[in-house]
Design a protein around this ligand. Structure first.
Ligand code: Q46
Ligand code: ZN
Length: 300
């Protein structure tokens, strides 16, 4: 196997690109994909401060690593979900990563903001853990960004994540979710910051390879609640398709973005207001986060 760029010995084969790369050229390929994502979707400029949501996993740390290398003004945000040892380990990875690069890292605790950690929220609400967790993450990312003056939040969602989310939304024809599925979501309200996914062109395997080659110490274990999640089942289906025809995930996601998404976008125009309790954006009177915090307070 030879590197497509330099002809030297390749360390990695990318079937969907019908290519193989040596380590330096692979890192370059990876960074180029991120540059392309940022450019194409005008995600952020060099002047704008970017809040990078980091979980301690390979994707978000790989993203932060690329953005630091490219000279962007980044700050990490670690949301401590309070999920036993997993959260402890992942916070340590983020703190170490930030310290090594002398990059600023903010830590926000769900237990303090909601009143209980994710496992307790799950018991109180009797809903799947990812429900209260996902809601809290989205809310806190936006609020922290607003409070600290960041116009944009970047997350480490990769091609596999995005294709699996799309698959799930299509399975249930969740048209609102389809409208919101995009590599960059503009701010549609003064209290909503832009949300961007600069790794959407790169697969999970590709970010793992980048993290490995860069020597990034990330948490390999998944969240203990991920096991039962439907998104994992969707990823397995897509992996089987990809195995048979390399590029299937890419075609699925990019075909949607290029040809179908606009149709759903037009259909969705929900009026946005501000929560009477916390002032954050919501479609009702009280936002879902405040309702969740109330429910937790009543039960504890
Ligand atoms: S952290 Fe939270 Fe995920 Fe764990 S509880 Fe579910 S949503 S799986 S990305
Ligand atoms: Zn609220």
């Amino acid at each position: 196997m030879k590197c497509r760029r330099c002809g030297g010995a390749a360390v990695l084969e990318l079937r969907r690109h019908n290519a193989a790369f040596c380590a330096p050229d692979y890192l370059d390929f990876f960074r180029n994909q991120v540059r392309e994502a940022i450019r194409r979707h005008r995600m952020f400029t060099r002047e704008e401060p970017v809040l990078v949501a980091v979980s301690g996993g390979k994707d978000s740390l790989a993203l932060w690593d690329v953005l630091i290398g490219e000279g962007y003004r980044t700050t990490g945000l670690y949301l401590d979900l309070g999920i036993f040892d997993y959260s402890e380990q992942s916070r340590q990875r983020c703190e170490r990563f930030a310290a090594q690069r002398q990059a600023p890292l903010l830590v926000t605790r769900v237990a303090e903001e909601v009143g209980a950690p994710v496992p307790v929220i799950k018991d109180i609400t009797r809903r799947p853990p990812c429900s209260g967790c996902g809601l809290s993450k989205r809310y806190l990312m936006n609020r922290v960004a607003l409070e600290r003056g960041f116009p944009v939040v970047a997350t480490g969602h990769n091609l596999d994540d995005e294709a699996a989310t799309l698959f799930g939304s299509v399975m249930h024809w969740q048209t609102e979710a389809l409208a919101r599925q995009a590599p960059a979501l503009p701010s549609t309200h003064p209290k909503l910051v832009r949300r961007v996914k600069p790794l959407y062109r790169l697969s999970e395997r590709e970010t793992a390879a980048y993290a490995f080659l860069r020597g990034i110490d990330y948490i390999v274990e998944e969240c203990p609640f991920a096991r039962g999640a439907t998104s994992i089942a969707h990823k397995e289906v897509l992996n089987r398709l990809e195995e048979q025809s390399p590029g299937a995930k890419h075609n699925f996601l990019f075909g949607f973005l290029d040809k179908a998404r606009a149709a759903f976008e037009r259909a969705e125009a929900v009026p946005l207001g501000e929560c009477t309790r916390c002032g954050q954006v919501t479609t009702g009177a009280v936002c879902a986060f405040c309702k969740l915090a109330d429910q937790v307070k009543r039960a504890t």
